[in-house]
Design a protein around this ligand. Sequence first.
Ligand SMILES: C[S@@+](CC[C@H](N)C(=O)[O-])C[C@H]1O[C@@H](n2cnc3c(N)ncnc32)[C@H](O)[C@@H]1O
Length: 244
Amino acid sequence: MKAKTRNHFSDIADVWNNKTWVKSDEFSNEIINFASFNRNDVLLYLGIGTEDLAKKLPVKTVCGIDLSAKMLSKCKNIPRHNLLVGSAEKTPYLDETFNVTMSRNLLKHCEVPEKALKEMYRVLKPGGKVFIIESCVLVEEDKDPPNFCVRTVEPYHPSFQTHNEILSLITSAGFNLHKHKVYTFRSRWLSNWIKASKASDKIHNMVLDFYKEAPKGFIKRQEVRFIDNDIESNIFWSLIIAEK
Ligand SMILES: C[S@@+](CC[C@H](N)C(=O)[O-])C[C@H]1O[C@@H](n2cnc3c(N)ncnc32)[C@H](O)[C@@H]1O
């Protein structure tokens, strides 16, 4: 699965920032305000991807690791950065190196997300913070539509999780929860997602049809609207800060 994930992200690295949530300043500002980063923070960002979020982080140093060299090659404007191609589950850093570690939508791409969290725990200094940002669903029964959508381009993609499931993963890795919330990001996303995934018109129509048949509860919670052959809806995000 790891090789497939790497190849997928390498294939789409040049169009990745078409995703509405990647390019959104509103979302980046929400993240920065929630985290209250410190200008002296030395931060490790696992699954850093491109520079879209990383370059905005108000910290002293950003160390970034990603499976895909192609995604990393888009990181050109991050001040004081240090980038490595590698796996989130096993990094070359010594124990207790960083005062902050973070990831955004990394855990849902890991076969065993606990391993990435344990690695974050290992490299954090005592009292250091982990900041997990992960798209989630509000209730178990809302997993099918987003799973269907991502699995049209990544058939091996693990399932979306609820906010509570993500919280449990983090505490199971040994962290103490500091603060957390579910943030709602609303956008008209399907056409942009198709571009960012290099997916076909056929997939566009398959996703549209699947969402049109989605259960009423899902449509209501996500406030799904079909506009001009596109989908506008809420995307829910777990923002979680925990302490070592
Ligand atoms: C959904 S993208 C998110 C990128 C970036 N964090 C953002 O929010 O724009 C996931 C990123 O994690 C990387 N990735 C996936 N699995 C990984 C792993 N096991 N170790 C390191 N990076 C991984 C992918 O190559 C990709 O760049």
